[in-house]
Design a protein around this ligand. Structure first.
Ligand SMILES: NC(=O)c1ccc[n+]([C@@H]2O[C@H](COP(=O)([O-])OP(=O)(O)OC[C@H]3O[C@@H](n4cnc5c(N)ncnc54)[C@H](OP(=O)(O)O)[C@@H]3O)[C@@H](O)[C@H]2O)c1
Length: 370
């Protein structure tokens, strides 16, 4: 199952809005075929592996990280391919939480006389698809809040520059993250201060980039600017650059129609959201719209100064920092520890510290919502 999980990882960031899934066909203790789900609309992992095995699948074992589906979606039910292949046993990692599948695939295979073992490395298989599980069960995107902070909790230097707050490796990880996420979201303050591109610009040798190892080109996420009154200038780099992914501007009814039109002419897609009590974009409403759009963006990275952690939108938070920087505290940049900041919501009971890592000169901390 570990090998099937590694196979599943080859599809990470490309299967949207589907889960990552890997499968192996094993005969006499040897892997004779393997496959992963590459993209939505393409064949599912078990079908890829079974096709590769052909007649050799007869009497073999099929390992698959997620329960095979038993309904017609964009492809026929995988259970039919499994039954036709003649495998003797099916070993499953996760039970599919999708209400359309949930246990149906397992029951169908068992009813046909196939031995089915469920929950093998179940926790690891569930973790591989935690983002998709939230999306499919709650119709909300899985949100990662990310920030680079100084040792004294600032998110930018005194001049407002946030690029050099963390180390080189942390910045590279941001590009890996963008490549894997469906959407990346910033406040209009960041768009105005930094004029960012928010594209995935991965060098040839990236940290942990399975995609780089397999030679697949990086992919840009959809970019979302939270901008209640459409203050983003149509000349912003987000709208002028070449990218296969669109830039969305989320605003409220307060946004003047002329500014909205100018942004649309510049290529922006406008998402009209409800206003929160402060008259700003209601972030929960925005997330529901992202998940519910026909393109169902289900994994969102939010580089923000704390609004979404306060609004209860994040599932995971990562902070990165450069040890020993700045040498003199307090540094003069915008504060992330103030009432609008990052650190305070993380100290609340609803977040638990989940891990620490050192990558060359950068440190990473991770918190999960409990
Ligand atoms: N170190 C890091 O990782 C990192 C990450 C991101 C940004 N930054 C830095 O942060 C600075 C910009 O910070 P910022 O304070 O301007 O924050 P921001 O999150 O970039 O933008 C804040 C703006 O977003 C808009 N907004 C719309 N709906 C909102 C909502 N529900 N809640 C909160 N804001 C909402 C508001 O403008 P409207 O009311 O007009 O809509 C608000 O003024 C820059 O210097 C940037 O470099 C650092």
């Amino acid at each position: 199952m570990l090998e099937a999980l590694a196979e599943a990882e080859l599809g990470r960031g490309r299967t949207h809005p589907n889960p990552v899934v890997g499968a192996l066909v094993v005969s006499s203790g040897k892997v004779i075929a393997r496959g992963h789900h590459e993209r939505a609309g393409g064949p599912h992992a078990e079908v890829v592996a079974l096709r590769q095995a052909g007649d050799r699948a007869r009497g073999a074992d099929l390992y698959v990280t997620l329960e095979p589906c038993d309904h017609h979606g964009r492809t026929p039910p995988c259970t039919e391919a499994v039954l036709a292949s003649g495998v003797r046993r099916v070993v499953i990692g996760s039970v599919d939480p999708n209400p359309l599948v949930h246990g149906r695939g397992i029951r169908r295979l068992r009813a046909a006389g196939i031995r089915v073992d469920v929950g093998v490395l179940g926790d690891a298989c569930d973790a591989a698809n935690e983002m998709w599980f939230k999306f499919i069960t709650r119709k909300l995107p899985w949100v990662m809040l990310k920030a680079a902070v100084t040792l004294d909790g600032k998110i930018a230097t005194g001049s407002g520059d946030s690029r050099w707050v963390s180390g080189r490796e942390s910045r590279m990880l941001v590009h890996v993250l963008r490549d894997e996420m469906d959407a990346v979201l910033v406040g209009v303050g960041t768009a105005l201060a930094d004029d960012p591109r928010l594209t995935a610009r991965l060098p040839r040798v990236a940290v942990g980039g399975s995609r780089v190892a397999t030679g697949v080109a990086p992919r840009d996420p959809v970019r979302v600017v939270v901008d209640s009154t459409a203050r983003l200038p149509p000349t912003a780099r987000l709208l002028r650059q070449r990218s296969t992914a669109p830039t969305l501007v989320a605003c409220t009814l307060r946004a003047p129609p002329a500014r909205v039109k100018a942004l649309q002419r510049a290529g922006a897609e406008i998402v009209r959201c409800r206003a929160d009590r402060a008259g700003r974009v209601d972030l929960k409403d925005l997330l529901r719209r992202l998940a519910g759009s026909p393109r169902s963006w289900s994994r969102v990275a939010h580089a923000s100064t704390g609004a979404s952690s306060r609004a209860g939108c994040g599932t995971r938070c990562t902070c990165s920092w450069r040890p020993g920087w700045p040498a003199k505290a307090p540094s003069p940049g915008p504060d992330s520890t103030g009432p609008g900041g990052w650190i305070r919501p993380l100290a609340r009971a609803s977040w638990t510290a989940a891990g620490w890592a050192t990558i060359c000169s950068s440190r990473q901390g991770r918190w999960d919502r409990t």
